[in-house]
Design a protein around this ligand. Structure first.
Ligand code: LIP
Length: 279
């Protein structure tokens, strides 16, 4: 896709994400209809489904040949397959557990990929009215103002966002707790806020220095990846190798030095991957 095409896609998507944000902003104040997915803490609400429908219908009307990977469509049996075709990767509500509890740390996340690389990302927290955007090669923005990572290199000064995730697999629980034990005495602070996409853009805006998580999905990272890298940050696999969108592991840091150090300290866990980077 050329720059003009990406720009047009971005403009259409921003308009739809704002509409989606209005749905979330209204719904977060109300009683939610909740269903369980992979576990009792992996949830979906009618708003997740409504927002995903709004985004996919709007984008497919504007771009009929484009493909989609959506969190809720995938849960309904759709394939999670990324080809080199233009593909929208959507998490209608990232931080569903927070949304269910009316905690305003939740967002709509829309990423545009093409040629198997991330081209644009939009992350919108409609409750706090924070829209993070980025297009490849054009910088990262929060509500239209340029953002950059903190540039922190010293682990002992780093604010780290970890997550518990939604799997209660004993090996996963053991790994999560082992990593907290390892990191607590070494870092400035540890937070677990409940939205991978928002955690990552916190690194992009300099509000956090490190994010790591095992068990996330492609839709949790697809948009935030562009925002972080355009803000000068690093996104790699939790063991320090190249990031793989389908591998369900992410380590994001304000500097390569921090990424390298954290990767060497983390106990590793490999969830079942989302799929292959095929096509
Ligand atoms: C959530 C992630 C969060 C993670 C949860 C869940 P959802 O996404 O963003 O970081 O810890 O396991 O995957 O389900 O709210 O879109």
């Amino acid at each position: 896709m050329d720059t003009a095409e990406i720009d047009r896609c971005f403009e259409v998507a921003v308009g739809l994400v704002k509409e989606a944000g209005q749905v979330v902003r209204e719904a977060i104040k109300k009683q939610k209809k909740i269903e369980m997915k992979s576990s009792s803490v992996d949830l979906v609400t009618e708003s997740d489904k409504a927002v995903e429908k709004l985004l996919i219908e709007g984008l497919s009307k504007a771009f009929p040949s484009h493909k989609f990977i959506g969190e809720e469509s995938t849960a309904d049996g759709a394939k999670c397959e990324l080809t080199s075709d233009p593909t929208w990767i959507i998490d209608p509500i990232d931080g569903t557990m927070n949304f269910v509890h009316s905690l305003p740390y939740t967002c709509v996340s829309v990423g545009l990929w093409g040629g198997r690389e991330a081209l644009a990302g939009i992350i919108f927290n409609p409750v706090l009215d924070q829209m993070f955007t980025a297009k490849k090669g054009q910088g990262a923005y929060l509500n239209g103002e340029r953002i950059t990572v903190s540039g922190e290199k010293d682990l002992s000064k780093a604010l780290v966002f970890a997550e518990m995730g939604t799997s209660h697999d004993p090996e996963k629980v053991k790994t999560v707790l082992a990593n907290l034990t390892t990191l607590m005495p070494r870092v400035h602070g540890i937070r677990a806020m409940g939205s991978c996409a928002l955690n990552m853009v916190m690194v992009a805006m300099g509000g956090a220095d490190i994010v790591y998580e095992f068990g996330i999905h492609a839709w949790d990272t697809a948009a935030a990846l562009v925002v972080v890298t355009e803000a000068g940050g690093v996104v790699v696999d939790t063991a320090g190798g190249p990031f793989d969108l389908m591998r369900r592991r992410v380590l994001c840091a304000s500097t390569p030095e921090l990424a390298k150090e954290i990767a060497s300290l983390l106990s590793q866990y490999q969830p079942t991957p989302d799929g292959d980077l095929s096509g």
